[in-house]
Design a protein around this ligand. Sequence first.
Ligand SMILES: NC(=O)c1ccc[n+]([C@@H]2O[C@H](COP(=O)([O-])OP(=O)(O)OC[C@H]3O[C@@H](n4cnc5c(N)ncnc54)[C@H](O)[C@@H]3O)[C@@H](O)[C@H]2O)c1
Ligand SMILES: [Zn+2]
Ligand SMILES: [Zn+2]
Length: 340
Amino acid sequence: MKAIRIDAPFMIGAVEIDAPIAAAGRAVVEVKAMGVCGSDVHAYAGKSPNVSYPVIIGHETAGVVVDVEAGNEFGVQKGDRVVLDPYLYCGVCYPCSQGKTNCCESLKCLGVQTDGSMSEYVAHPVAQLVKAPRGMSWESLAVVEPLVIALHALHRCGAKSGEHIAVIGAGAIGMLVGMAALAYEAIPILIDIVDERLETARKFGIRHVVNPSSADAVREVRAITGGRMAECVVEASGSPAGVRSALHCAAYTGRIALTGWPNKEIELPTALITRKELCVYGSRTGVRSEFVESMDLIASGDVPAENIISRVVDFEGLPDAVRSLHEAPGDCLKAIALKR
Ligand SMILES: NC(=O)c1ccc[n+]([C@@H]2O[C@H](COP(=O)([O-])OP(=O)(O)OC[C@H]3O[C@@H](n4cnc5c(N)ncnc54)[C@H](O)[C@@H]3O)[C@@H](O)[C@H]2O)c1
Ligand SMILES: [Zn+2]
Ligand SMILES: [Zn+2]
């Protein structure tokens, strides 16, 4: 079968490898839809500290089960359409024992710490397949995983109906946080330094947008929130300026979820955390219940997450899609590949 492999930074291509076979606890899935994530692009550019080469990339994956143990305890059957929960956990460490499998001490994400799922077939733990309801398109199944990241951030900061959710960074993740906030009947405020991204957010029904390079973001957020500032902030840029502004945009007693991955240490005005008594939460990946919620929100149309897809290629087009996301990241919010 074919797989998309990175052999060394900037060396990406489709290669021929052995197809997987079903083993105990693992099903074989014929891959139908694959999203390209920032982490795939980081692996391509040699910027991912957790990747060792060669690596098959990809973790945003949906497909059809073609081989699975009959009568398994998860009710997964041949022919089922599934999304992969790509975060492999040990199940026994302290966070796993608390149900926080997303924080497993030896967490392995497909395509990062272990080979990924940009291949024609993939073998995956049956326990980590999430069944799709009838009628969902492959496009919409390809964005279930990124929406999980967004939902987890909203859960971490305990976002409630009626609250203002300042979202710093209107990339794929920030945009999905904004859409999910609307579904939660909260009031998202998207903040990004690129006007085109904010225009896109408006098209998704997000009324409040702020560009901190042309306006005073704190003043804008104060005006939108009637002086209070945002009860919740989701940092989804990973930039030093973005993380600092999270502290400034939050209300007194506000809650902040840090989703962006900064690539270096950031100096912060920590006195603000004390003065405002802020709650600052890390937020990484998500848990099974959030995959189910993500699927339901997309299936019901409450979060039209597939609208973030700006480019669809075929399987062979994946290397080029990864290359162009590296060269011109601003042009594309989410690229996916569909296997016909
Ligand atoms: N925690 C997790 O589990 C998890 C999962 C996926 C992605 N991430 C991280 O989330 C972040 C967002 O991912 P993405 O795929 O949406 O990335 P992206 O690059 O598509 O989006 C980032 C956005 O932030 C904007 N930005 C940059 N500096 C800014 C600033 N100072 N103020 C406001 N906006 C600014 C950019 O213009 C861009 O639109 C990344 O850091 C990524 O690594 C985390
Ligand atoms: Zn991803
Ligand atoms: Zn564990």
